[in-house]
Design a binder for this molecule. Structure first.
Ligand code: ME8
Length: 508
């Protein structure tokens, strides 16, 4: 069975989970579930980035110890991921002993290759990015990425990593492996950056006590990105032998603001340590409101628990994946526009198109055939299903998740059109059309089955509910879908897949 190890960014433990975090975790979960659906041995890791100045400052502001803060937030994040059906196999926290040991082992290994040296760092540090900044990266003395944060002048003795030595090797790896950085826009960005040359970077901090102790160097901690990036190997047992069973990762899912860390610093660290590079780094876009990054107040208006409660977890997952393409930014004019769009999508795609298709098909099969669906001739609808399934697989394998979702929903649209064109209620009145009615009903059941299976990565519990309403039990793999089609629908049940939402009229 082929193995598929994928990860997401580990989230900073300095505040509540927000919609950007949810978008990323849901997208990665869709990828994980798709790979399980095609029969691969998936290992999916997410987690928390718990060290560094940002976390220490937040704890201090709350008058608490950093450990207390990160323990509480880890529970909060995991609770939301559970509500959103994130199917991770592991949840790595950088304060765990297994992680600290792995980081120290990796630092020692890099040290042995001669890529670490001591020097003095004098320059700016942005706590928001947890990154050292060149003067040229600042605008009016501030970092433009988290513009609300003060930038601090730092002067400290550090261990430095010879990042500059890896420029050529990174360029050649990226050129030889077009799949390494995706989507294309991110790849070009990183190539441009590399062409400009790299500076060495600090690997330790001597003024930040909240971190992994730097090996054999009292008072130094590992620089937070040098600590965070190795979560991808600590979670699978580095430096133990079992690490080799999962590494290299097939995919790192991250946001576009941290591609530099994942496509330059991380691969250079791995090359230095003599480890293989991950297959693909996917830098997804940003959810924006009013053109900018989410402000704290917008993030709290888009509270994840409220959004999940609004139409249920499946619907929220659907909306994120339907409305925010996986390869670029999506800007909503305002929080209200976001919510309005969510309600409209819910009613049009889920309550109307999908819910009605299921309802109409099941009702007709029960009414006209007592729920027994006979195997039948292929219809026009079947050729739509076949080509949608091909498109689904091709796009999902390339991580074009919004296109995969569209392929799946195209079956729903075609099936609704098919009902309107065939008018089964008329066929049912005409004894000569018996065979045609059987063909039509069976094709509709096949369409729904294909929809249920292909939507599983997006709406996992509703997809299973759909499958059960068709008479199935466990969802089959994509390969066995048509062979495992149930033939008898269970009697009617009362629940509606997606009840229509009452939408309040716009207030302004
Ligand atoms: O960057 N839209 O943590 P983080 C989409 N700890 N994605 C967004 C987003 C938005 N509005 N805002 C944030 C960190 N993200 C580090 C990662 S990995 C070794 C260490 C994404 O909590 C962001 O791009 O700031 C990142 O991938 C993830 O959420 C966590 O962000």
């Amino acid at each position: 069975m082929s193995r598929y190890y994928l990860t997401t960014a580990i989230d900073y433990s300095n505040g509540d989970p927000h919609i950007g975090h949810a978008y990323e975790k849901v997208g990665a979960d869709v990828v994980a579930r798709f790979h399980r659906l095609v029969g691969e041995d998936v290992h999916f890791v997410i987690g928390m980035d718990e060290h560094g100045q940002k976390v220490a400052q937040e704890a201090a502001a709350q008058g608490r110890s950093p450990q207390e803060l990160v323990d509480e937030l880890a529970i909060r994040f995991e609770g939301v991921w559970e509500r959103l059906y994130i199917s991770h196999d592991d949840f790595i926290r950088t304060t765990e002993p297994r992680h600290k040991q792995a980081v120290q082992a990796l630092v020692r290994r890099i040290q042995k290759t001669g890529d670490l040296y001591q020097d003095r760092y004098e320059g700016y540090y942005c706590t928001g990015c947890e990154a050292f900044k060149r003067e040229a990266e600042l605008e009016d003395g501030r970092c433009p990425i988290p513009p609300t944060r003060e930038i601090a002048w730092t002067d400290e003795e550090n261990w430095f990593f010879r990042l500059s030595e890896y420029t050529e090797r990174l360029i050649s790896h990226i050129e030889q492996h077009p799949e390494f950085i995706q989507p294309e826009s991110r790849r070009n960005e990183i190539l441009r950056l590399l062409e400009g040359g790299l500076d060495d970077i600090s690997a330790s901090r001597s003024r930040v006590p909240w971190g992994v102790p730097f090996p054999d160097e009292d008072g130094h901690t590992v620089y937070v990105w040098f600590d965070a990036l190795p979560n991808y190997i600590s979670a699978i047992g580095y430096p133990g032998a079992e690490f080799g069973d999962r590494w290299p990762a097939a995919l790192h899912v991250i946001g576009k603001d941290i591609t530099r860390f994942h496509c330059v610093i991380w691969p250079a660290m791995l090359l230095s340590a003599g480890l293989e590079l991950p297959g693909t780094v996917w830098g997804h876009g940003f959810v924006k409101i009013g053109g900018g990054k989410l402000s704290k107040s917008e993030a709290s208006l888009l509270d994840l628990d409220h959004l999940i409660d609004r139409h249920g977890p499946d619907a929220f997952r659907y909306f994120l994946m339907r409305e925010i393409p996986w390869d670029r930014d999506r800007d909503f004019a305002s929080v209200d526009a976001f919510l309005q769009q969510f309600d409209e999508r819910y009613n049009s795609d889920l309550a109307n198109d999908l819910g009605n298709l299921l309802n109409r098909t099941v009702s007709m099969a029960l009414k006209y055939r007592d729920g027994v669906v006979t195997r039948s001739e292929a219809t026009d609808l079947d050729s739509v299903i076949d080509s949608a399934l091909d498109r689904y697989q091709a796009t999902m394998r390339e991580h074009r998740l919004h296109e995969g979702l569209d392929a799946s929903m195209s079956i729903v649209r075609a099936a609704n059109g098919f009902i309107d064109a065939e008018q089964p209620w008329k066929l049912a009145k005409d004894p000569e059309q018996r065979a045609r009615l059987d063909d039509v009903l069976a094709a509709l059941v096949r369409a729904l089955a294909a929809t249920a299976v292909t939507l599983e990565p997006f709406i996992p519990t509703k997809a299973v509910e759909m499958w059960r309403r068709l008479g199935g039990e466990e969802l089959p793999s994509l390969e066995h879908l048509m062979a495992e089609l149930p033939e008898t629908l269970p009697p009617r049940w009362d629940t509606v897949l997606f009840p229509r939402a009452e939408i309040e009229a716009e207030s302004d």
